[in-house]
Design a protein around this ligand. Structure first.
Ligand code: FE2
Ligand code: FE2
Length: 186
């Protein structure tokens, strides 16, 4: 006679991930890598105490996000272009850090506005998939942190910025979207 036991869907084994989820996670791992380098660059360049305190706090959060992603995304599923994302992240932090605090805060607001949407779409895709509830929780936790980063940056700006700064923020937003499209494939 067979015992009537109901096990949770993912008891003891990790369920195989659909390709779209592997791609989503690759983009998250690469994104968190880039985020770490954005703040490293800001700290390497800026001498502004307020900017440094902001970047120090955010770097700590991004390092935690990256460590979590490293647990969940096995090495063979990570982007083969990671060095590129490190350089891209570094440039995204270094250029505004050279130009002053308004540039830094506008840049972070643009990046995190994109990242919020990026995570929100993934959380949405995982709705109703209990086998991946832990991944969904991780993405949602990261998303909420990124929203805090975005809001803190938005509260720190003191002007809407000139045309050059607004153009840069737009480039950062579209550049992030393009990077995700590439990283989903490589
Ligand atoms: Fe993050
Ligand atoms: Fe962030």
């Amino acid at each position: 006679m067979q015992a009537d036991i109901t096990l949770p869907a993912n008891a003891g084994i990790a369920p195989p991930r659909p390709t779209w989820l592997v791609r989503d996670l690759r983009s998250d791992h690469a994104g968190e890598t880039g985020a770490v380098w954005i703040y490293k660059a800001i700290l390497a360049i800026s001498r502004d105490a307020e900017v440094r305190a902001f970047a120090t706090r955010h770097l700590e959060t991004e390092q935690r996000h990256l460590a979590e992603m490293e647990v969940w995304v096995p090495a063979h599923q990570r982007s083969r272009l990671l060095p590129v994302w490190c350089v891209a992240g570094f440039m995204t932090g270094a250029i505004p850090a050279l130009l002053g605090r308004e540039w830094v805060f506008h840049t972070i607001e643009a990046v995190e506005t994109f990242v919020d949407r990026h995570y929100a779409e993934q959380v949405e895709r995982l709705a109703g998939m209990p086998a991946f509830a832990d991944l969904r929780d991780l993405m949602e936790t990261c998303r909420l942190d990124e929203c805090e980063h975005r809001d803190e940056a938005a509260e720190s700006v003191t002007s809407p910025g000139g045309p050059l700064l607004r153009a840069w923020a737009a480039i950062v937003g579209t550049g992030s979207a393009m990077a995700v499209e590439i990283v989903r494939r490589v």
